[in-house]
Design a binder for this molecule. Structure first.
Ligand SMILES: Cc1cc2nc3c(=O)[nH]c(=O)nc-3n(C[C@H](O)[C@H](O)[C@H](O)COP(=O)(O)OP(=O)(O)OC[C@H]3O[C@@H](n4cnc5c(N)ncnc54)[C@H](O)[C@@H]3O)c2cc1C
Ligand SMILES: *[C@@H]1O[C@H](CO)[C@@H](O)[C@H](O)[C@H]1NC(C)=O
Ligand SMILES: *[C@@H]1O[C@H](CO)[C@@H](O)[C@H](O)[C@H]1NC(C)=O
Ligand SMILES: *[C@@H]1O[C@H](CO)[C@@H](O)[C@H](O)[C@H]1NC(C)=O
Ligand SMILES: *[C@@H]1O[C@H](CO)[C@@H](O)[C@H](O)[C@H]1NC(C)=O
Ligand SMILES: *[C@@H]1O[C@H](CO)[C@@H](O)[C@H](O)[C@H]1NC(C)=O
Ligand SMILES: *[C@@H]1O[C@H](CO)[C@@H](O)[C@H](O)[C@H]1NC(C)=O
Length: 534
């Protein structure tokens, strides 16, 4: 009896009836958005620029193919009220909305779907309003990190913001997933420096922190945006940086004892002075003899201080690297953002305003957290496999410092104390069709499986911003909670159930969803699950 009730309830809840473009556009044109304005902001497959607008913010060539289902419409609001109307109309006609800000989702979830959908594209909403005397800024979701960094620099040479190194990332997706960057040991992740936000909820209301309350505000700091509403903007607290910072990029191959040095790095990376961020980028490269391959470990650093101090600290704590002052370069913080984003040396600051991504590739990423140093033979085994693969790369990103001072439940982002570093597995290849995609993805799955004994367990943690569809996905049905729990505890650890509670309160009908979103509890099971969750 209960089961039948559940099934009925769920089928109503699953938006299975066909939504038409006409009904959606008709609705938009009859609400506050006038026809004139509507024409400016909506694209359907019949529109001249539909394909351009769709492809403009596709960052992974794997999903840049005519083989995937296309959105029935792309709405590109110029005003916040148009976001509200878009949400209300999509909800009214039962149409799935995918929200896109910078389009970097590793699995393309912001612009693809197996079921009919429209894209709400935020690229026009990208103002950055900085108040230097208050040391705060309101940043709209469609702004890129490069725009944010540039606009801070225009106002002050000694302020900055801790966020990612790729300058085309969108604030909407990047911050809501946590926002990892090279100042996290000093200042935490982006959301640790967010003080307010504006969101359009499932009822179409615009809510700020006060209006949404602390639970929802907690959820959109690390729990991802797409489950809870459309994030319009975040208010951030700027952080101080010295006028001169220092960077270096020192490569060591296996022949130059890279294995020993990387091994030793694990004992200092999370413990050295918080002004240091010293990452290791590992890649297979051609060796010295013809036809051979080695692994190059690039030690890449940002130090919030000058070169003399850097060298003296590092030579005491990490003499194995053999760092010399000539390896170091002093520069302004803004120049360091260009260095970290791999721009050539003399690139002007205005390059940060370029919203186009330089790299056009198919890629696949995964992540892991390391809590005890990987033994030397473990590293050696990994390097052998990288060489054999030819295209599997690893980035070791240190934690510790400020990250260890913030509790796991402070925000929805849970990866805090106890992590030495996070591994990002990276694999790039040219557009080669489904067979090549599959071959590479399987290669990486195999590598990930090799790494199992060396990384976090129960759960094997993963970083939401490095979205990985292989760790689980959920349908919009009655089993959603159990399906979502599989990836949910990896991304959010013990915060998962609180995220479900917030979701159930703000979006019980699961209007905002994707393949890896937070599900609401189905009505019939809500009360006992919630009471068991307290
Ligand atoms: C080249 C590259 C470099 C990267 N470097 C870093 C890095 O240094 N540090 C790091 O932490 N991550 C990094 N990432 C990952 C990046 O942070 C995530 O992919 C992030 O989600 C991108 O945000 P976006 O707005 O560009 O992406 P989108 O694809 O637009 O969005 C990503 C997700 O957020 C949702 N979303 C987007 N906007 C909104 C909104 N306004 N409201 C609600 N939900 C929204 C989308 O629906 C989707 O689920 C990198 C990614 C790439 C491709
Ligand atoms: C809206 O479209 C009209 C023409 O249809 C154009 O003149 C106007 O500049 C557009 N406005 C914006 C903000 O794109
Ligand atoms: C289509 O895009 C081009 C290039 O960006 C632009 O010049 C043109 O005005 C656009 N046309 C329409 C109808 O939006
Ligand atoms: C997507 O395809 C278009 C047209 O072929 C191309 O211009 C664009 O660079 C591609 N983008 C990516 C990320 O592959
Ligand atoms: C900037 O912040 C200060 C201090 O909080 C405040 O008095 C001032 O009004 C703000 N300026 C703007 C333009 O919002
Ligand atoms: C590698 O380590 C060995 C033993 O510690 C040492 O003798 C050798 O000089 C090192 N090689 C390089 C290139 O640093
Ligand atoms: C490597 O191979 C090229 C031709 O393939 C040859 O010209 C070169 O001398 C070789 N170098 C070494 C170090 O063997």
């Amino acid at each position: 009896m209960l089961k039948i009730f559940l099934l009925l309830f769920c089928s109503v809840n699953s938006f299975s009836f066909a939504a038409t473009t006409d009904a959606f556009l008709q609705c938009l044109s009859t609400c506050k958005i006038t026809n004139h304005k509507l024409a400016n902001i909506t694209y359907t497959p019949k529109s001249t620029n539909y394909t351009i607008v769709l492809q403009d913010y596709i960052r992974n060539s794997r999903f840049n193919t005519s083989k995937l289902r296309k959105p029935i419409a792309i709405v590109t609001p110029l005003e916040e009220s148009q976001v509200q109307e878009t949400v209300k109309c999509a909800k009214k006609v039962g149409l799935l909305l995918k929200i896109r800000s910078g389009g970097h989702d590793y699995e393309g979830l912001s612009y693809t779907s197996k079921t009919p959908f429209a894209i709400l594209d935020m690229f026009n909403l990208r103002s950055v309003e900085i108040n230097i005397s208050a040391e705060t800024a309101w940043v709209q979701a469609g702004a890129t990190l490069g725009e944010l960094y540039y606009k801070i620099w225009e106002k002050s040479k000694v302020h900055a913001f801790p966020a990612g190194v790729c300058t085309t990332l969108g604030v909407g997706g990047h911050f809501s997933g946590g926002g990892y960057g090279n100042m996290l040991r000093k200042y935490g992740v982006s959301i640790d420096n967010v003080v307010d936000a504006k969101i359009v909820d499932a009822k179409g209301r615009i809510l700020d922190r006060k209006g949404m309350g602390e639970d929802l505000f907690w959820a959109i700091r690390g729990g991802g945006g797409a489950s809870f509403g459309v994030i319009l903007s975040y208010k951030i607290k700027l952080v101080p940086v010295p006028p001169v910072v220092t960077v270096f990029n020192v490569p060591k191959t296996l022949e130059e004892n890279a294995t020993d040095i990387v091994h030793q790095w694990q004992y200092i990376a999370d413990k050295v002075d918080n002004d240091f961020f010293l990452r290791v980028f590992l890649q297979p490269v051609p060796g010295r003899s013809n036809g051979s391959t080695t692994v190059k470990a690039s030690f890449i650093a940002l130090f919030l201080g000058d070169a003399n101090k850097l060298v003296s600290i590092l030579n005491e704590k990490f003499p194995e690297l053999g760092l010399e002052k000539k390896d170091c370069r002093e520069m302004s913080w803004i120049k360091s953002t260009l260095f970290w984003a791999f721009f050539p040396d003399e690139t002007p600051e205005t390059a940060l305003l370029n919203r186009k991504n330089k790299f056009v590739n198919s890629f696949k990423m995964k992540s892991d957290y390391v809590k005890t140093p990987i033994p030397k033979d473990g590293l050696q085994g990994a390097f052998k496999k990288m060489i054999k693969s030819g295209n599997i790369l690893m980035m070791f990103n240190p934690y510790g410092g400020k990250m260890s001072e913030i509790s796991e439940s402070e925000t929805a982002f849970p990866h805090r104390a106890g992590n030495i570093y996070k591994i990002q597995y990276l694999q790039y290849w040219g557009q080669g069709g489904a067979a090549l995609d599959k071959k590479n993805i399987n290669l990486q799955k195999n590598f990930y499986s090799y790494m199992t004994p060396f990384v976090s367990k129960n759960p094997r943690e993963a970083f939401l911003n490095y979205r990985d569809i292989d760790i689980g996905s959920a349908e919009n049905d009655c089993n959603a909670y159990d399906q979502a729990k599989v990836y949910g505890v990896k991304y959010f650890k013990n915060n998962f159930d609180r995220l479900v509670k917030v979701k159930t309160e703000f979006d019980p009908e699961n209007f905002f969803r994707n393949e890896q979103s937070i599900p609401p509890l189905a009505k019939a099971t809500r009360e006992d699950k919630i009471s068991s969750m307290v």
